[in-house]
Ligand binder design. Structure first.
Ligand code: ACK
Length: 923
């Protein structure tokens, strides 16, 4: 469309490419480059574009529109006329005018025309325009040139459009991802970090991958709206949002309001409150009303208080009670005379049981009150919004009581005032609460090492104890008596007599003696108890010892018995006809397991031919096996490299012990093992096409969907067999499927299960095949048939995408995160919807929701029998469109065996479907 001349560099400058203005079909003038030297041999005409800056692009696409003259329509040009041209490129940092050096250009492709024209067409003015697109990686310099090499065709270049792809600016999970240039390779992913949109904050680093096609893939992480905001905008009046979370704004809870937009919390209506610990979603509330029906029962110097809960709880459930009390002494004669009454705060000795504050129950016993005292008890109902300090009358209820007579409290301290060889003079204080007039004191004492005691009584607060032995320690207890009876004895006090006249206090253990040993009876009972207690304890210990030993012996015997059962009876357990796999690691002796399940092969029967790969334990070779009386077969031979440890030997042979238990056309067959000479070998059937992933990559795009489904069917059938045997594979992946010359797929590699079981840390090591493993197996090692089904879904994806790496070049951590957030692999190119749906079913988070292998097998069988749901292969569409539309499986089948050329012949003979083909006889 340039108005003037393009002036691209041409070589030769004359007689090769020429810039020509022509009219298109709509008679609009366009500029073209043309060349048409079809009569002269050895043409080599170059046309080079101007320098094109690549502007950050890594892979550019070149769309060329051109017309080409059909050589057959040119008389007498045989041999010299061509119908293609070559596209080249050259990367360069600068625009070097007139530069052209053919050898510095790299070839992109030879471009042929889909449509060519004859002279007649031109006369009719029908322009047979070809459009071809090629892509090329340009990462080394600031720009590049394109060049068109003509080798003798009759061409007109009508348009050259050069472009690159970007993933367009987008917002996902509240994060903005900028317009991003795609990567250099067709399979490369560009990792892009998003930035949170305004008024949002990061929940988890937002990330996405820009795919080569300009499509965004695998969003992970994201942002959350700030407090006061939701995805639609600010919270409106009457609504609030207190923090960033997935949820939107919420309506103000009861008894609260918000007048302005963007509220993070709602204010309480007057008379309603919110406690500091109340969440903003909680309704505003009120203090409770007063407790009801407070009653009191006095018992000497204790009072039982009981009440009912308040009528109004204030709209909360954190109700508690606290008690306050005030005492008034009974008016005595002096106070009556002065007309006053003494009001005192309650002594701190008063006991509240279970507590004085924070009570949940409605019952309290108050004890240790003074006798004959007037008390007022106030019970307050409280909740989270009650004010601190003393409550208003609205929340309290009170009761007044007067305590009865009671015995005096304890004498708290006893001193020795005089000590001689035979006497001790003692004195003490009146009890804190005499609760009346003290009538007398009682002193009980005994020699510390003796058990019998003596008692003496006195009216005063002192006593002289005579008739004692010299230099002897005595223990004393004192108690007071009023009209209400004796109080409790004091704690023990110890004093010793001396040899002369000076006072010597041996020790004073007031309050520190755990049980004062008083009176003979008490002591002997205690002794008896102690002795019998120790005896009983010894008896119990002995019994426990005997029982546990017997149990251990019995247990050992049971284990031994079951081990014997395992060792000497047949290892194959049959439960209602189903064969169950036996873990060879249950054998104490690995050689016993191997000989139970694998045949020993004489090494002279094996003829090794070549090395085909490296296995975990050593080389894998192919070769031939000729067993006596049998025909020679091709085999694969795995060997255990020299210098192995015992564990390596066991692990190596365990694979054979496992494989030897299976017998199924889709499970790799064990021929036998060589254990009697070195190196140790495992011999299996030979699979000509090696492992499935490499095989598919090598034959990218070469199979029909039905052929791929056929492979998947084989794998599903093998897995169904394994799951019926209760064997969990744990490492199902295309790399562990082997393919033979008939495209039959067989499950192999029975090694990984052991490694994981033996190593408790294994789930966290690099050994776990993260991309293939179900989330529950990664997270907590829950390996089951259902986790094998998940892996099977990944194998389906690998197969349909011809060996593409699952999750491409994402790292393992991102894969785990993406799966956790619900991301699943998209359908591979040209994948029928039914197959992708089956993959998604295998990747259900809840493993109970995944299909069983039996269901998968049925589904694939149905697809193969009635492939109407699958797209018709291109070749069938072109050979026989009507067969394709109705029943194309015949064509499909013929194609898969390389006989599609007979499709038409068969159809002409009346055979247009597989069903009636079955009726075909030899005749
Ligand atoms: O992809 P491959 O050719 O297939 O490379 C690996 C290699 O040995 C290491 O495991 C190949 N391999 C293993 N077992 C067999 C077998 N039974 N038949 C053919 N190739 C095998 C595998």
């Amino acid at each position: 469309t340039v108005p003037g001349e393009l002036k691209w560099a041409a070589s030769p400058s004359e007689g090769g490419w020429e810039e020509v203005s022509i009219m298109d079909e709509k008679n609009i003038p366009i500029r073209t480059y043309q060349v048409c030297n079809v009569l002269q041999p050895n043409q080599n005409n170059w046309l080079r574009t101007d320098w094109i800056p690549r502007s950050g692009a890594q892979r550019v696409y070149v769309e060329v529109k051109f017309t080409l003259r059909d050589c057959n329509s040119l008389p007498g040009v045989t041999g010299t006329c061509k119908e293609t041209f070559n596209l080249y490129y050259h990367e360069s940092n600068e625009d070097r005018e007139n530069f052209i050096k053919e050898s510095s250009f790299i070839k992109v492709d030879t471009v042929a025309a889909d449509e060519s024209f004859t002279q007649v067409d031109v006369g009719d003015r029908i322009m047979k325009l070809n459009t071809e697109v090629r892509d090329v990686k340009v990462t080394n310099r600031k720009g590049f040139y394109l060049a068109f090499q003509d080798v003798g065709a009759c061409i007109a270049l009508v348009s050259v459009r050069v472009f690159y792809k970007t993933c367009p600016l987008t917002i996902r999970n509240l994060a903005t991802f900028p317009d991003t240039v795609t990567g250099a390779d067709t399979s490369s992913l560009v990792e892009v970090r998003g930035s949170c949109v305004d008024q949002s904050e990061e929940r988890e680093e937002p990330k996405m991958y820009c795919g080569a096609d300009g499509e965004w893939l695998v969003p992970i992480g994201g942002c959350l709206c700030n407090a006061g905001y939701e995805e639609k905008g600010t919270c409106s009046a009457g609504f609030y949002k207190s923090g960033s979370s997935d949820a939107g704004c919420s309506k103000c809870p009861p008894h609260s309001y918000s007048l302005r937009e963007g509220a993070t919390v709602c204010d309480c209506h007057s008379g309603y409150f919110r406690a500091d610990s109340d969440p903003p979603s909680m309704a505003c509330s009120q203090p409770p009303s007063a407790p009801q029906q407070l009653i009191s029962v006095v018992n000497e110097t204790s009072v039982l208080l009981e009440w009912s809960p308040p009528r109004w709880l204030g709209g909360r459930s954190d109700l508690s009670y606290s008690l306050e009390n005030r005492s008034t002494s009974q008016p005595d004669a002096q106070h009556v005379a002065s007309g006053s009454q003494l009001c005192q705060p309650c002594s701190s000795d008063v006991l509240f049981s279970p507590d004085q504050t924070g009570l949940r129950g409605t019952r309290v016993v108050v004890s240790e009150l003074r006798a004959h005292t007037h008390y007022t008890f106030i019970v307050q109902a409280r909740n989270g919004v009650s004010q601190g300090g003393s409550a208003g009358a609205a929340q309290t209820v009170s009761v007044s009581v007067t305590t009865n007579q009671a015995a005096p409290s304890r004498v708290s301290s006893v001193q020795a005032t005089d000590v001689t060889r035979h006497t001790l003079s003692l004195s003490w204080q009146q009890p804190d609460q005499p609760n009346g007039v003290i009538l007398e004191y009682e002193v009980k004492f005994y020699e510390k090492r003796e058990r019998s005691y003596r008692i003496m009584r006195t009216f005063s607060r002192n006593a002289e104890i005579t008739g004692l032995n010299p230099l002897t320690v005595y223990v004393f207890h004192v108690r007071a008596r009023t009209a209400a009876g004796y109080g409790e004895f004091s704690t023990p006090f110890e004093f010793a007599t001396n040899s002369g006249t000076q006072i010597s206090t041996v020790a004073c253990f007031a309050g520190s003696h755990p049980f004062p040993l008083i009176g003979e009876g008490v002591n002997s009972a205690f002794l008896l108890l102690s002795v019998s207690g120790v005896g009983i304890l010894l008896l119990i210990s002995a019994a426990v010892l005997i029982i546990s030993r017997r149990y251990a012996r019995a247990h050992k015997r049971t284990r031994h018995t079951s081990r014997r059962t395992f060792t000497f009876e047949n290892f194959t357990i049959i439960i209602t006809g189903v064969k169950i796999y036996v873990d060879p690691f249950t054998y104490e002796d690995p050689d016993q397991a191997i000989h139970e399940f694998a045949k020993e092969i004489d090494v002279s029967c094996i003829h090794i031919e070549r090395v085909i790969g490296m296995g975990e334990f050593g080389e894998v070779c192919s070769g031939r096996l000729r067993l006596h009386g049998k025909r020679e077969v091709y085999v694969a031979i795995k060997s255990l490299k020299a210098g192995y440890s015992d564990k390596q030997r066991r692990d190596f042979l365990s694979e054979a012990s496992i494989m030897g238990q299976f017998d199924h056309p889709n499970i790799i067959r064990l021929e036998g093992v060589v254990t009697r000479c070195k190196p140790l070998m495992i011999v299996t059937e030979y699979m000509e096409n090696g492992s499935l992933d490499a095989f598919l990559r090598k034959h990218d795009g070469q199979f029909t969907v039905i052929q791929l489904v056929g492979m998947l069917r084989g794998i599903a059938s093998g897995m169904k067999y394994l799951s019926d045997m209760s064997y969990v594979h744990r490492d199902l992946a295309a790399r562990n499927i082997l393919v033979n010359s008939n495209l039959v797929c067989k499950v192999s590699d029975f090694g990984l299960s052991r490694v994981l079981e033996d190593d408790p840390e294994a789930a966290y090591t690099t050994r776990i095949p993260i991309r293939w493993t179900a989330p529950e197996a990664i997270a907590y090692r829950k390996f089951t048939t259902a986790s094998d089904v998940w892996s099977y879904g990944i194998v389906m994806w690998e197969v349909i995408s011809y060996g593409e790496r699952p999750y491409w070049d994402m790292n393992n951590q991102d894969v785990i995160k993406a799966i956790e957030e619900g991301y699943r692999l998209p359908a591979p190119m040209d994948c029928p919807v039914v197959l992708h749906q089956l993959m998604l079913d295998c990747w259900e988070r809840d493993r109970a929701e995944r299909p069983t292998f039996s269901q998968i097998l049925n589904m694939l069988d149905k697809l193969i029998r009635n492939p109407g749901t699958l797209p018709c292969p291109e070749v069938c569409v072109s050979v026989l469109p009507e067969v394709c539309v109705s029943k194309w499986s015949l064509c499909e089948w013929l194609q898969s065996i390389g006989l599609e050329r007979y499709t038409e012949t068969l159809a002409a003979g009346g055979y247009s479907s597989l069903d009636n083909l079955l009726a075909l006889t030899h005749q």
